[in-house]
Write a protein that binds this ligand. Structure first.
Ligand code: HEC
Ligand SMILES: [Cu+2]
Length: 327
């Protein structure tokens, strides 16, 4: 679908059509009523102007039909805008399964991006067309914001946490992205280009050059270097829960509640281990706040996400650990 209004940027993602349609609807509705009210005001000002000195205004007792009309119609319109907006927003905030995950770090004043195979880029993002992409984003300093106008997606990138967003590019091409949260002197130049490629071109691009270690192996190395592996033993016999199968699973906490083991939870477990204690374990994990860089946290997260073989549930979960046949 083409943009209904002439001043939109190119539409190059699955969200663009919907966002533009909603935006145009709200804009045109507001414009219609603004013009209507302005014209009626001007008309009334002339029509009911005092024409003779000493003229007395007519009495007015209101009009029920009008009162109800201009209450109900805007109410319906506003609720319709809200509902439509909610549908678009929920779709945007709910990433599908099986996305291509790109890690993004914002810092004054550049963007560092890393592909699942480890290939790193600065202020450039290469992605295949018609594939669901998820950006997992952190900041090393202040609040930034990743904005791709042609995709109609933007998301704040906030220090101390991950924010994620997803989209599916629908058109091969090059699209500008920007930092859209004022972040200091060189904020204006903190941007770059998203290159959307045919899947075969993308595969060729991915395979080309790169001495970069992929985030999963970098994370695996860190896991040993930081001695995470002394407590987190793969088969679940250590002082800490096995991290096998954690990603995407439901984790039972000591206070009886549950959380989903997503990127945000893994990150929080590394930086503020005491925030959520896994049922059946002592809160003995030290915090790694200040000891690991944003990139290292992403590497650890990628590594933990990759541990999907042979899930070992935590002791407190009440489920027997998966065994491979023998006791
Ligand atoms: C001194 C032992 C110890 C070390 C070292 C340690 N952890 Fe932990 N970790 C624990 C314990 C105990 C828990 C469970 C209690 C809790 O939630 O705090 C835990 C929980 C976690 C969880 C949540 C697990 C779940 O099943 O929900 C993650 C993720 C995690 N640790 C990652 C790490 C990483 C990454 C490192 C290294 C950077 C690390 N841990 C180092 C003891 C440790
Ligand atoms: Cu910025």
């Amino acid at each position: 679908m083409q943009s209904p209004l002439p001043f939109f940027p190119e539409q190059a993602s699955n969200f663009a059509g919907n966002v533009d349609a909603l935006f145009s609807f709200i804009l045109l509705t507001s414009l219609f009523f603004s013009v209507l009210v302005t014209l009626l005001t001007i008309y009334a000002a002339f029509k009911y102007k005092r024409k003779q000195p000493g003229e007395v205004g007519a009495e007015d007792h209101g009009n029920m039909v009008l009162e109800i009309g201009w209450t109900i119609i805007p109410l319906i319109l506003a609720l319709f805008m809200f509902a439509w907006g909610a549908v678009v927003y929920v779709h945007y905030r709910t990433a599908p399964k099986d996305t291509l995950d790109v890690y993004v770090v914002g810092k004054q004043w550049m963007w560092k991006l890393q592909q699942p195979n480890g290939r790193k880029e600065i202020n450039e993002l290469h992605i295949p067309v018609n594939r669901d992409i998820k950006l997992i984003m952190g900041s090393e300093d202040v609040i930034h914001d990743f904005y791709v106008p042609a995709f109609r997606v933007k998301m704040d990138v906030v220090p101390g946490r991950y924010n994620t967003m997803w989209f599916r590019p629908t058109k091969v091409g090059k699209y500008h992205f920007f930092c859209s949260q004022y972040c200091g002197t060189n904020h204006a130049v903190m941007g770059g280009w998203v290159t959307v490629m045919d899947p075969s071109d993308y595969a060729a691009w991915l395979a080309g050059e790169t001495g970069d270690v992929n985030p999963v192996s970098a994370g695996e190395k860190l896991f040993t270097q930081l001695a995470c592996n002394t407590c987190h033993i793969a088969n679940g016999t250590g002082r800490a829960p096995s991290l096998n199968g954690l990603f995407g699973a439901k984790v039972l906490l000591a206070d009886g509640s549950t959380v989903i083991g997503d990127e945000a939870y893994i990150r929080e477990s590394i930086l503020q281990p005491k925030a959520k204690i896994v049922a059946g374990y002592q809160p003995v994990m030290p915090t790694f706040q200040g000891l690991v860089t944003e990139e290292q946290i992403q590497n650890l997260t990628a590594y933990i996400k990759s541990l999907q073989t042979q899930p070992v549930p935590a002791k407190g979960s009440g489920i027997a650990p998966a065994t491979s046949g023998k006791k």
